[in-house]
Design a protein around this ligand. Structure first.
Ligand code: ADP
Ligand code: MG
Length: 422
């Protein structure tokens, strides 16, 4: 299920049409009959489309289902990845694909570049992957709902993430910039920072703790609970005296480190303290403050931070709470405060979709990055989840020109409602 973009450049326009036909056919067919693939791809029956089918199958973009009562194919994760990447390349949301920086339980994260060379993040949702790993047996459910449900649910998770990120960004919350959403993937700004989980020491733990609790309360005022607010999903930017992140300062002026007090061009750093700027990511579990279990999730978010600060920094706040009951009094209150839960619903990610996704995630046992009961902290700064987040030495950046070769002009014509029909 690894993304391997290498072969994207070898696909012909015909191959793309056939791949899109398999996707389209899988909306109504668990196994898409070969005949239907040919019809949907507008191919002349005969050698052309069967050649494409075999190319796609060889590249594991579709897979032949042997035991079916009829001859047919199913779109694979790889096939869905290709369709989604292709769309991002066509719309110029991205230009090239770089290294994989994360393997989460339900996602793969890549650094990609925009056409202007800006570094972005591509998050590929893989809901359902966990079902192969978890000991909890959800097989019956998965079988029942299996008609492309991993595909549908991963798309739903991506749509949800993009919708909440957009609403939050728009309201001035510190979240990555949402760039694009297509199928099961989201493109967003790259945050130049490490997760809190990887930070050994901070200059002023009570201050950072206060910032994080304020964020939880501010989210609540805007009608939202993050639902997975923890040390993995909070990236901490270190802002230096110049107002840029320390990494930027380092990149732009490596010679300064270590500083040379006699060097006029590179004076020693001032004593002005570094400020920490938490950025929140990962929104597939975000919920409305009106959700029936709002209190449970609100308390869990608060407690994740409390437990982490106690274990990592030995800091315990004197103040109890914050509590949902108090936060609820302020929902929608204050200048410029809006109900983002309602706004997101209005953009199309409605209650029905939210419920569907929530139910599926529950059945799969997907419950965020946190350690459940607050869990034990493992040695160092490497948590259970980090175990999977190894740095994968990925592909070298591949130029879009090579991707674009042979790509069909108008994906939309073939799949008019490809991303709007969720
Ligand atoms: P998951 O749902 O699998 O937990 P996340 O959205 O939390 O996925 O991303 C996993 C990891 O990838 C994060 O902990 C972080 O290290 C990295 N990451 C994700 N998004 C970004 C981003 N926009 N900028 C920088 N790093 C990111
Ligand atoms: Mg996460």
């Amino acid at each position: 299920m690894k993304l391997d973009p290498k072969n994207i450049r070898y696909l012909s326009p015909e191959d793309w049409r056939v791949l899109q036909a398999v996707e389209q056919g899988s909306r109504n067919h668990e196994i898409v009959p070969t005949q239907l693939i040919t019809t949907l791809s507008n191919a002349r029956p005969g050698s052309q489309s069967s050649r494409s089918i075999s190319t796609l199958a060889k590249n594991n973009l579709i897979s032949r289902i042997q035991n079916a009562s009829y001859d047919g194919y199913r779109l694979t994760y790889g096939g869905l990845d290709y369709l989604s990447l292709h769309a991002h390349l066509q719309s110029s949301a991205i230009y090239s694909i770089g290294n994989q920086i994360g393997v989460g339980k339900e996602s793969d994260i890549f650094v990609v570049a925009s056409p202007t060379g800006r570094r972005l993040v591509l998050k590929i949702h893989r809901l359902g992957r966990i079902s192969f790993r978890t000991v909890k047996s959800n097989r019956d459910y998965l079988r029942k709902g299996s008609s492309g449900s991993w595909m549908y649910m991963s798309r739903l998770a991506a749509q949800k993430e993009y919708s909440f990120m957009s609403a939050l960004r728009n309201a001035g919350f510190p979240v990555p910039e949402p760039v694009a959403w297509n199928r099961h993937t989201v493109v967003m700004g790259l945050v130049d920072a490490f997760p809190l989980r990887q930070i050994a020491k901070v200059p002023d733990p009570p201050a950072l703790y206060g910032q994080l609790m304020d964020l939880i309360l501010r989210l609540a005022r805007f009608g939202l609970i993050h639902g997975d607010f923890n040390e993995f999903n909070i990236l901490v930017e270190e802002i230096g005296p110049s107002g840029r992140t320390l990494n930027q300062e380092y990149d732009e002026d490596e010679a300064v480190l270590p500083s040379n007090p006699h060097d006029q061009n590179h004076p020693a750093p001032t004593d002005k303290p570094v400020t920490l700027n938490p950025i929140i990511i990962d929104f597939p579990q975000t919920l409305s403050i009106s959700h029936p279990n709002a209190e449970f999730y609100f308390n869990r978010d608060v407690n994740c931070i409390k437990i982490f600060f106690q274990r990592r920094f030995g800091f315990t706040s004197d103040e109890p709470g914050p509590f949902l009951a108090d936060a609820i009094e302020n929902v929608g209150q204050g200048e410029g405060v809006r109900r983002l839960d309602l706004e997101v619903e209005a953009t199309g990610f409605n209650k029905k979709l939210a419920k569907e996704l929530e139910k599926y995630m529950k059945e799969l046992g997907v419950d965020g990055d946190h350690n459940g009961d607050g869990g034990e902290e493992t040695d160092g700064f490497v948590g259970e989840d980090d175990g999977g987040e190894e740095d994968v030495s990925g592909e070298d950046v591949i130029e879009q020109d090579s991707f674009a070769e042979g790509a069909p002009e108008a994906e939309k014509e073939i799949l008019p409602e490809s991303s709007e029909d969720l």
